[in-house]
Every structure is written in C-alpha cells, then in structure tokens.
Design a protein around this ligand. Structure first.
Ligand SMILES: [Zn+2]
Length: 78
C-alpha cells in the first residue's frame, strides 16, 4: 500500500531532522499463482480469482516486497 507508506512517512518526518526528506517508491506489479491449476494472475489487490479455474486460493509470488534499496543523506554539520 504505497499511499499509506507515503502518508506515514510525511507524518513521521514532521518536526524531525527528516522534515523535507523525499520518499521514492518503485512499485512492483502484483502477481499470484493459482494453487489448483498453476495459472499466473496479475493482481491489483492482495486477493483475486483464478481466470482459468475460478479458485480463490492464490499464492502471491510478487508485489509484497518491501525493501529499502538506497538512502541518500546530506551532511547536516555545515
Ligand atoms: Zn486456477
């Protein structure tokens, strides 16, 4: 939920040395695999229905990643 993270980031940064910090989120599309027939399904939310067999038992295989890839910090002691 990138929007929730963006909102919390801004709120948490207010009044701290992080105020004005920029959060850059690279969103990865959701992808699931059907537990019954193995069909791969693109998802916009963390649930769905298999296009092929109608099963709702899906295993999410991509899109739940949450990694801090990099952080840039300027020298605060000027
Ligand atoms: Zn299926």
């Amino acid at each position: 939920m990138p929007d929730a993270i963006r909102f919390c980031f801004d709120v948490c940064c207010q009044g701290t040395v992080l105020e004005g910090a920029i959060l850059e989120i690279i969103e990865i599309p959701g992808l699931a695999s059907c537990c019954h027939c193995g069909t791969k399904i693109n998802l916009d939310q963390p649930f769905g229905i298999c296009d092929r067999c109608g099963s709702v038992e899906l295993k999410i295989i991509q899109g739940e990643e949450l990694k801090i890839k990099s952080m840039e910090i300027d020298d605060l002691c000027a």
